[in-house]
Ligand binder design. Structure first.
Ligand code: DAH
Length: 340
């Protein structure tokens, strides 16, 4: 009988049950009225007293082991499965999340600020709701100068001193007011003009302004900076040309053309068969502007330049209609998913 008890002990230790029904079946098999262990107890009654003394304790231990083990199996099988993960395959790979893409204006803005960043320019920002001083007066626009009409201004309410900035040149004025040279800043931002919306004009668009003020800043520095920018932005074969122009805040002033990046300068419908496309305005900061902003114009000189981000983006990606930039048409935006 002792061999039987030992074998059963081993058997019971390795019992498993997937559910409570299976555990109950095990209870009946071992401990039920006709169970294996119950039968052993019946046999035990007929043993002589020496055998009883030797086997009583192991037999009781076997019975307790079986009862404990089967109870434990019942308990484990009756724990309710976690509702929140029921029916969910936690080992499955996650469904791919559709990635958004950067707006083309953002992509080009970042590219421009990166290029100037490599030359040591840092980003400066200013408010979109401005006053007359920072947008016009500090920048040498005379009170009755027709140049104020060049930029159709949105005024806020009836106060002529509260307006939406028409260019990011206002940020130059703000920075110069509280910083002494050397100043090397790049100012990206949104600007507003009261224009009828069409494929070629919009009432808001984006500009980047650059300003460099220090001792001995010359026109040659401006030209070299422009050359570097154009070739970094449009490729090493790009040529530039500067045409004399007029802005109230620069003297002399110029507009910069680059060799048409679509036809390489040979002439096409995009460049109106001239081989050149205009991309920005620039010049040497007018001494009046330096003085108005608290910088000694007898000691310092500087250059400034400003460009429309939409214009650069059109050249890079051939977007024909300005309105596409603000319509948020997903088909248009998704075209820039792989651009960085
Ligand atoms: N602010 C000018 C505009 O909106 C662009 C510009 C031209 C900026 C010449 C400059 C500059 O800094 O030197 O049309």
């Amino acid at each position: 009988m002792i061999d039987l008890i030992n074998n059963l002990t081993e058997e019971i230790n390795s019992l498993t049950a997937h559910d409570t029904q299976a555990a109950e079946a095990l209870r009946i098999k071992y401990l039920g009225k006709k169970g294996v262990i119950t039968a052993l107890f019946n046999d035990f009654k007929n043993l002589d007293s020496d055998q009883k003394r030797a086997l009583g304790q192991p037999l009781n231990a076997l019975k307790n082991l079986a009862a404990d083990k089967i109870n434990a199996l019942k308990e484990a099988a009756s724990v309710a499965p976690d509702e929140s993960v029921a029916g969910i395959d936690l080992s499955r790979t996650a469904a791919p999340m559709p990635l958004g893409s950067r707006h083309p204006i953002t992509l080009v803005r970042n590219e421009i600020t990166d290029i100037f960043g490599r030359l040591g320019f840092t980003i400066a920002e200013g408010p979109e709701i401005e006053d007359d001083w920072h947008v016009f007066s500090a920048l040498n626009f005379a009170e009755d100068h027709p140049a104020r009409d060049m930029q159709d201004t949105f005024f806020i309410g009836r106060n002529p001193d509260v307006l939406l900035r028409t260019h990011t040149s206002s940020v130059q004025a703000r920075v110069m007011e509280h910083t002494q040279p050397p100043i090397r800043i790049i100012c990206p931002g949104r600007v507003y003009r009261n224009e009828a919306i069409s494929a070629r004009a919009h009432c808001f668009f984006h500009q980047v302004e650059a300003l460099y003020v220090d001792t001995n800043v010359s026109y040659a520095d401006l030209r070299q900076t422009l050359m570097y920018f154009a070739q970094e932005m449009f490729g090493p074969d790009t040529r530039i040309r500067l045409r004399p122009s007029y802005f109230p805040f620069t003297e002399p002033s110029a507009e910069m053309d680059i060799s048409c990046n679509l036809c390489g300068g040979k002439g096409c419908s995009f460049c109106k068969h001239t081989g050149w496309v205009e991309i920005l305005g620039c010049g040497m900061v007018d001494p009046n502007v330096l003085d108005a902003c608290g910088i000694d114009s007898s000691k310092y000189s500087g250059f400034a330049l400003g460009m429309g981000i939409e214009r650069i983006t059109n050249l890079k990606y051939q977007v024909k209609d300005l309105r596409m930039f603000s319509e948020n048409d997903k088909r248009f935006l998704e075209e820039f998913t792989s651009a960085h």
